[in-house]
Ligand binder design. Structure first.
Ligand code: ZN
Length: 275
């Protein structure tokens, strides 16, 4: 199934139908628990005493340190950003670029434990998260800490509906209201929108645009329970990878970083490229 023609995506916690043609594909070389590749990028952690203390406490909480030798990898310069003009007739599924970068995105937020933030922070992995409002509202401090650690927080609606079945008014409310929540916890406007289940309509595109979002961003790669599924035959330069914050997050992040390293790609922050 060609990307962009499907409007049905993942079922929340399963492999999305948007890559249905490859939903059973796994990458046998990427073994569960395989070596972890972290990369140092231009993704910087803000400096302040409180944040440094938070990072220190989280790092201490790491029971199994990840390899540090891989941290001396290449930097991603923000000046290398590829100009991408949003085509409002359809979402972005990957970035058309020859640059050796891959983008890691993490959705929802069912399992919110500090360990996930410390893993991301200690490996200096650039990550964009798309929590729903229902995952943010009960634990705003968690998301404020995520933002303080340099994790980019963007818009994934208030309550994770299949937007195709909602009215224009309700779609717009789901998106605009979540942008208010993102601003409250991240201190900045959301610029990216991701439709739940990868399900969207032309009304969704209109609603996201009218709420001031700059890009509607889906994915071309899914990592789920340690299995990786591709819509383009493998990780490619500019691939956008979908993970979820749930109990398998550490394994999924390890698999993602190992696959990126195997493909010779460096994780980069999606919002450095979509600005
Ligand atoms: Zn979701």
């Amino acid at each position: 199934m060609a990307l962009g023609t499907s409007r049905v995506g993942h079922q929340g916690f399963s492999v999305p139908a948007v890559v249905a043609g490859v939903s059973n594909m796994t990458e046998p070389e990427v073994a569960a628990g395989s070596a972890v590749a972290g990369t140092r990028t231009g993704h910087r952690v803000p400096i302040s005493a409180g944040i440094v203390a938070a990072i220190a406490s989280l790092t201490v909480a790491l029971m199994v340190p990840w390899p540090t030798t891989v941290l001396a990898a290449q930097r991603t310069e923000k000046s290398t950003a590829v100009p991408v003009t949003m085509d409002w007739s359809r979402p972005v599924y990957y970035l058309p670029t020859n640059r050796r970068v891959v983008f890691i995105t993490v959705d929802d937020g069912i399992d919110r434990r500090n360990r996930w933030l410390s893993l991301i922070s200690s490996t200096r992995t650039p990550v964009v998260m798309f929590p729903t409002g229902e995952m943010v509202t009960p634990t705003p401090r968690y998301w404020k800490l995520a933002a303080a650690l340099g994790i980019r927080v963007e818009n994934h609606t208030v309550s994770h509906p299949d937007l195709r079945w909602l009215s224009r008014y309700d779609q717009r409310w789901q998106i605009c209201h979540q942008s208010i929540t993102v601003r409250a916890i991240a201190g900045r406007r959301a610029t990216l929108f991701r439709a739940p289940y990868g399900a969207w309509s032309s009304t969704t595109m209109w609603a996201a645009r009218s709420c001031g979002l700059k890009y509607v961003v889906q994915w071309d790669t899914v990592v789920d329970h340690g299995n990786i599924s591709y819509a383009r035959g493998g990780l490619q330069p500019g691939s956008i990878v979908l993970l979820h914050l749930r109990p398998d997050f550490e394994l999924d992040l390890q698999v993602t970083l190992a696959a990126a390293r195997q493909a010779g790609l460096t994780p980069a922050l999606l919002t450095d490229y979509l600005r």
